[in-house]
Structures are given as structure tokens and as C-alpha cells.
Design a binder for this molecule. Structure first.
Ligand code: C5P
Length: 237
């Protein structure tokens, strides 16, 4: 997990993934495989990406009873991925079980995948929080509460917006990792993301990892866009 850039492989098939990765044949990337791709291509896709030297964030956002999550995590640990996640709203027993499953499933001599929590989905508005989920507290307070629960349950970090990073950093220190989506280059289309920041702003706010999808995957030249990402992260234009 050395690189701070996680490229979201939001594709529906291995063919699309292969086409996208062609220009990166000499580069080891940190790739996010989500439900769309994993449910189509399964563990074979993970194997293929690992064999090419890439690091993997398997973004399946587990949320079930503790025993089920533990057993599922055992299986995911065997895939040798670097990072997995759960919904913090599954509660502390579920999160403890997730870590237990990862520890038990990690093959001897390998390090266990790190596990982070989703606090509230960025697609959830204050209105949905209040009227549908019946959570009567402001979003920010809810996010910090869920992050605290994740921290106390032994998770390694959270998915959060860049704006939340300084607050979480102040509460949990530097070893609790933050993974931040909603990244756009200056002047890019926001698409469906509401609160976006540039790579440099995200770094300035202190995040550990940024997740970037369409700004790279839909770029005219993804390789050039990735090089731009690296430059912008370092403060260049
Ligand atoms: O294309 P874009 O850069 O918006 O992609 C962001 C990626 O991060 C997508 O895979 C999206 O599902 C994911 N994500 C997000 N917001 C969250 C959690 C994950 O945008 N809170």
C-alpha cells in the first residue's frame, strides 16, 4: 500500500479492465475493485491484477451479522488483497468479527489486509439521514461517531471526504488511515459527486489515500491523467 493514489476500476468486465491497463504495463498501481467488477469477474480478476504487480482495495462494503462477516473476511484475506471495508453501521461486534476473520484467513507469512469503515455513504443527504434512517443528529456528528466506533473496534481507518480528514486526524492520530473519494482535477466535471476537492487539496488536508475514478478512467489519455495526478499531488500544475 505504498502509493497514495487508488484508481477505481469501475468497469463491468475484465476486457474493459485490460484495455484500460494497457498503457500501465510497466507501472504498479493501487486499484479499487468494487461490486460491479467483482460480481461479474470474481476472484480470478483479483489474481490477474495481483500477478501484474498491482495492489488491491476490494471495496465490497460488508454489512451482515458478525459471524457471516467473519467468514466472508476469512475468504477475502485468502485472496491476498491489501485493503477491504465494512459499513460501520453494522456495529462494533461486526467490526471486531471482520478483523478476526481477516486475521484467521491471512495465509502464513503474509500481512493481513487492512480494513476500513464506511461511515455514511456520500450519497446520503441530511434529509435521508433524518427522514429515512431516523438519525436525528447532523451528518458531521454521525460521521465522527461512526469513525470513533470503527477506531474502538480495531479497524485501521475510514473512508471519508477530504473535509473530514483534519477532524479525524485530531481525534485518532496519524496511524488511523483515511481514504478519500470525490477527487477531481481543477476544471473537471463533478459528475454526481457533491463535495469535490483536487488532489493537492486532499493532500494538504492530510489524507493518506485518494480514490480517483472517472478523472482517470474516462480521460482521453489515462496514462497522461495519472501522471498529472502524481504532479498535482506533489503541488505541481
Ligand atoms: O469516478 P469517481 O472519481 O467519482 O469515483 C469514485 C469512486 O469512489 C467510485 O468507485 C465510488 O463508488 C467510490 N466512492 C465514493 N464515495 C464514497 C465511497 C466510495 O465516491 N463515499
Amino acid at each position: 500500500m505504498d502509493k497514495p493514489f487508488i484508481v477505481a476500476l469501475d468497469f463491468a468486465s475484465k476486457e474493459e479492465v485490460r484495455t484500460f491497463l494497457q498503457p500501465f504495463s510497466d507501472t504498479s498501481l493501487f486499484l479499487k475493485v468494487g461490486m460491479e467488477l467483482y460480481f461479474q469477474e470474481g476472484p480470478a480478476m483479483i489474481d490477474e491484477l495481483k500477478q501484474k504487480g498491482h495492489h488491491i482495495f476490494l471495496d465490497l462494503k460488508l454489512h451482515d451479522i458478525p459471524h457471516t462477516v467473519k467468514q466472508a473476511m476469512k475468504g477475502l484475506a485468502k485472496l491476498g488483497v491489501d485493503l477491504v471495508n465494512v459499513h460501520a453501521s453494522g456495529g462494533s461486534a461486526m467490526m471486531f468479527a471482520a478483523i478476526e476473520g481477516l486475521e484467521e484467513g491471512t495465509p502464513h507469512g503474509m500481512s493481513r489486509p487492512r480494513c476500513i469503515a464506511v461511515t455514511q455513504l456520500t450519497s446520503t443527504s441530511e434529509r435521508v439521514l433524518r427522514d429515512e434512517l431516523l438519525i436525528d443528529r447532523p451528518m458531521k456528528e454521525t460521521v465522527v461517531h461512526y469513525a470513533t466506533l470503527a477506531y474502538r473496534s480495531g479497524l485501521d481507518g475510514v473512508v471519508c471526504s477530504a473535509q473530514e480528514v483534519p477532524l479525524l486526524r485530531a481525534s485518532f492520530g496519524t496511524s488511523f488511515i483515511t481514504v478519500t473519494p470525490g477527487i477531481r482535477f481543477a476544471g473537471d466535471n463533478a459528475d454526481d459527486q457533491v463535495r469535490i476537492v483536487t488532489p493537492y487539496e486532499a493532500k494538504r488536508l492530510g489524507t493518506n489515500y485518494i480514490v480517483i475514478g472517472r478523472s482517470i478512467t474516462k480521460a482521453h489519455d489515462p496514462y497522461v491523467a495519472y501522471e498529472r495526478l502524481k504532479r498535482e499531488w506533489d503541488g505541481g500544475k
